[in-house]
Design a protein around this ligand. Structure first.
Ligand code: NAP
Ligand code: G4F
Length: 331
């Protein structure tokens, strides 16, 4: 059927998540018909897409349920499929390793099977992760860097990555993986370290809290802005031939530097408030991630527009505004 309005139709799993909300905005701005997959829940987790619900369509399906995915493809007949749904929190993957494997790993095979059977001419984007590099085998990390995952989440994403490559090579599907480094925003879930820090900075600044408990302050991440990264996803699906791309800023910062920047921005000394707590340390750590995004720059014309300091300030400002108005978190 495609798009009744003449443009393309995109099917987006994980539309209620951080990336899903930014991608939906981008696709709507480009004139797409956007259909989001939501799983059944007793509540409606639509905070991030509340401003979009009258412009997108929502459809019920679950990455655990093959039939629901086949039905979704048959009903929507998408031109492009963005598979963003996953159990995406690394720490939880040690507590729920089987469920993480089902959602984040096997769920991708279910999506690819549904696509192969119903819409084999569609284009498929898989949300791969820099966590696949884990104990890094070279620095910076690029498309050819060997994977060495360090968590059940990372292992599930490696499986998902390779099944995507295999469906491309075995069945000739247009299927790509974007190996995205950490990307953040004011819509980031509160459990992730950037948002945990910026939310605490806002509450401490406003006198609503005094302490922030964190795990490993020495871990290094390549943090970018989610709004830039969904643009890279879209660009990957517009290429003549499908391929995989590393997306990141090429800069790396420690969690300690994140604290310095976020607390310092509002005139606070992070050392007076941050307490290290072994409860937030991980059984195995990914110590250092930093991207070499040169292939994406060359082939996609993609570059990050927001750098670390600007990103942290954007997030602190948003959390300050939210706490000043006593608005519940969107995450
Ligand atoms: P997120 O905010 O945690 O969103 C995850 C989404 O997946 C939510 O919409 C969630 O729905 C949905 N979902 C989870 N299990 C599902 C299931 N069984 N069936 C259907 N939907 C399900 O994640 P994000 O930060 O936007 O990341 C998007 C994707 O990129 C994820 O695959 C993540 O692993 C990957 N990734 C993220 C980063 C990053 O730094 N953000 C980097 C690399 C890769 P509910 O609202 O119902 O929970
Ligand atoms: O913010 P994080 O939880 O993100 P992590 O584990 O890097 O994973 C995120 O990025 C991946 C891309 O590389 C995505 F695939 C994945 O879905 C997710 O979006 O932790 C970042 C670092 C870690 O080294 C962690 O040990 O921060 C360290 N950290 C220190 N204290 C903490 C804390 N992380 C969290 N979440 N909470 C802490 O208290």
């Amino acid at each position: 059927m495609g798009d009744v309005r003449g443009g393309k139709t995109a099917l987006v799993t994980g539309i209620t998540g951080q990336d899903g909300s930014y991608l939906a905005e981008l696709l709507l701005a480009k004139g797409y018909r956007v259909v989001g997959v939501v799983r059944r829940s007793s509540t409606t987790p639509y905070e991030r897409i509340a401003h979009l619900v009258d412009r997108i369509e929502l459809l019920s399906a679950d990455l655990l349920d093959q039939t629901s995915l086949v039905d979704a493809m048959a009903e929507v007949h998408p031109d492009e499929i963005y598979n963003l749904a996953a159990q995406s929190f690394v720490a939880t993957s040690w507590n729920q390793p089987v469920l993480t494997g089902e959602f984040t790993g096997l769920g991708v095979t279910r999506m690819l099977e549904a696509m192969r059977r119903v819409v084999p001419k569609a284009r498929f984007y898989q949300a791969s992760s820099s966590e696949q590099f884990g104990m890094v085998q070279e620095t910076p990390q690029r498309e050819s860097t060997p994977f060495y995952p360090r968590s059940p989440y990372g292992v599930a994403k490696v499986y998902a990555h390779w099944i995507t490559v295999n469906y491309r090579e075995s069945f000739g599907l247009y299927a790509v993986s974007g190996i995205l480094f950490n990307h953040e925003s004011p819509r980031r879930g509160l459990e992730f370290v950037t948002r945990k820090v910026t939310d605490a900075v806002a509450r401490i600044k406003l006198g609503q809290a005094n302490e922030l408990r964190l795990g490993n302050l020495d871990a290094r991440r390549d943090w970018g802005f989610a709004g830039d990264y969904v643009d890279a996803m879209w660009r990957m699906l517009q290429q003549e031939t499908p391929g995989d791309y590393v997306i990141g800023t090429g800069e790396t910062w420690t969690v300690r530097q994140l604290c310095e920047e976020a607390f310092g921005y509002v005139g606070l000394d992070w050392r007076a408030h941050v307490v290290t707590d072994p409860r937030f340390a991980r059984p195995a750590e990914v110590e250092l991630l930093v991207a070499d995004p040169s292939k994406a720059k060359r082939a996609l014309g993609w570059e990050p527009t927001v750098r670390f300091r600007q990103l942290v300030r954007m997030m602190v400002d948003a959390d300050l505004a939210r706490h000043r108005m006593h608005v519940p978190s969107p995450a």
